[in-house]
Design a protein around this ligand. Structure first.
Ligand SMILES: Nc1ncnc2c1ncn2[C@@H]1O[C@H](COP(=O)(O)OP(=O)(O)O)[C@@H](O)[C@H]1O
Ligand SMILES: N[C@@H](CC(=O)OP(=O)(O)O)C(=O)O
Length: 456
């Protein structure tokens, strides 16, 4: 049995859903289809999830919602029209949105999750209706009925261990199941969504629960590439990689697959395949636990980049001799409810690298004041506007000179390096540069390792 997840671009139009239908019916092992909400049809289009967030925010501000509801319903109506199933489906979706808008929980996050989940939920119903219209034995599967149990706060659901046992039962359906991605239910029946991009997570959880032979992730690129195709023209494809490589790369900026989605796949040993809905016969990318000698061509597997980082610089003479300094510094970061990304340090200096979105003006001021007064430092300040570039590869630790080649390439491009951090696992090497230099740094490193010279 295979679980096949289709991302937003793969379900954005009737034409895309017809491609999905053919992919599913071409292989009888494809029994469970996890779907996202309709995504972008072209670059400047708006995803249904973003329309729904706008709708939810309007409700919370007490503004009129008719236009926003109609805008979302119209997206589904045009898809249904293309599929020749216009009938009642648009009215049902409109009624569903009206019910969600009228929901009035005490918590705004819970309200927003109800609204956001409508994107995937209604799309799954629409696609199930299309399958039935085509004479395919299929049904919509509600995550509550399937037992997709989660915990955690609004917008940040975590799967519960019990969910896997519950989900095993959905193996037994005769019909192909159309399962909405992006949300689950707490044991008390409360709906909670995963973080943005979380339909990948649903797919991986369902694949693990039913012990699928393969979790297929259909998207709009032929494979995961060495670097973001929006930055590098025609980057090399990666045909095979390990869970560890993919997790590091997706966490560091490869948006093609959600980093959290790797965890259920890895723990349950489910191979993951990334494929293109528009070109399903292509080789794609296979992700498994073992590194593959056959695919060993370059010393690094991928180069990811992400913007939006801040650095807290702390300087104190004889810091290295002060027992507990690092712990106390990190405790202050923890007290603000912030998780940090990197912690490079020298004898008299420490830097804490974190995502700027984790900071508020208040927490930033509070943190700096505490560092200055309670740690008695000589200097402490925060700078914003950094990008992190991450080189990842299982073979890196066996290859001499990776850091030297990468820093050389960055220097030759005239880019100032703000920080280097060799991951303790030795499968990753991180660099911080100013955001304005992000793309140029990726290009310089890509050219050094991919355009210039093969590994062997
Ligand atoms: N290294 C990479 N390889 C392939 N695609 C990447 C990479 N980094 C970023 N992307 C982007 O990820 C996009 C696919 O992810 P996403 O938009 O979340 O798809 P979906 O809507 O199918 O879930 C691609 O269109 C591409 O722009
Ligand atoms: N629709 C949700 C969840 C998701 O995974 O979407 P996509 O498959 O389009 O990345 C979002 O936009 O966040």
């Amino acid at each position: 049995m295979k679980v096949s997840k289709f991302g937003g671009t793969s379900v954005a139009t009737g034409n895309q859903i017809e491609k999905l239908t053919k992919i599913i019916t071409d292989d009888p092992a494809r029994r469970i289809v996890v779907v996202s909400a309709p995504g972008k049809r072209e670059d400047d289009d708006v995803k249904v999830t973003d329309m729904l967030i706008d709708l939810g925010e309007k409700c919370l501000r007490g503004e009129a919602t008719e236009t926003a509801i109609e805008q979302s319903v119209e997206r589904y109506r045009s898809i249904a029209r293309e599929l020749g199933i216009e009938g009642a489906i648009a009215e049902e979706i409109e009624a569903d949105l009206q019910t969600r808008v009228a929901y009035n929980p005490a918590d705004e996050g819970i309200f927003m999750d109800q609204i956001k989940a409508a994107g995937e939920d209604n799309n799954a119903k629409l696609i199930a209706a299309h399958f039935n219209h085509q004479g395919i034995n299929a049904r919509y599967m509600n995550p509550r009925d399937a037992g997709l149990l989660v915990e955690g706060e609004a917008g940040n659901a975590h799967v519960m261990a019990e969910a896997y046992e519950e989900l095993e039962k959905i193996r037994d359906y005769d019909e192909i199941l159309i399962f909405p991605g992006f949300f689950g239910y707490k044991p008390d029946g409360q709906l909670v969504t995963f973080p943005r991009g979380g339909s990948d997570i649903t797919g991986a959880i369902v694949a693990a629960g039913v012990n699928a032979e393969l979790y297929e992730n259909f998207t709009d690129v032929d494979s995961v590439c060495v670097a973001n195709p929006k930055v590098i023209d025609n980057p090399e494809p990666i045909h095979h990689m390990t869970y560890r490589e993919m997790r590091e790369l997706s966490y560091a900026g490869f948006t093609v697959f959600h980093d959290v989605a790797l965890i259920p796949a890895f723990r349950h040993g489910i191979p993951v395949s990334v494929k293109n809905t528009n070109h399903p016969e292509g080789e794609g990318t296979l992700i498994t636990a073992e590194r593959s000698e056959k695919h060993r061509k370059y010393p690094i597997t991928g180069i990811a980049a992400d913007e939006g980082f801040s650095i807290i610089y702390v300087h104190k003479y004889l810091m290295n001799r002060e027992v507990g300094f690092g712990r106390r510094l990190l405790e202050m970061v923890e007290d603000e409810g912030i998780s940090y990304e990197h912690l490079p340090s020298g004898i008299d200096d420490s830097s804490v690298i974190l995502r700027t979105a984790e900071l508020s003006l208040d927490s930033e001021n509070h943190l700096l004041t505490r560092i200055q007064t309670e740690l008695g430092v000589d200097d402490a300040y925060i700078e914003h506007g950094f990008a992190m570039i991450m080189l990842v590869g299982e073979w890196m630790d066996e290859t001499v000179g990776i850091a030297a080649r990468a820093t050389g390439a960055i220097a030759d491009a005239g880019i100032n390096l703000e920080m280097i951090n060799q991951g303790s696992s030795e499968v990753s090497l991180a660099f911080a540069v100013k955001e304005r230099n992000c793309d140029e740094t990726v290009k310089a490193i890509y050219n050094e390792f991919y355009a210039k010279q093969l590994y062997e």
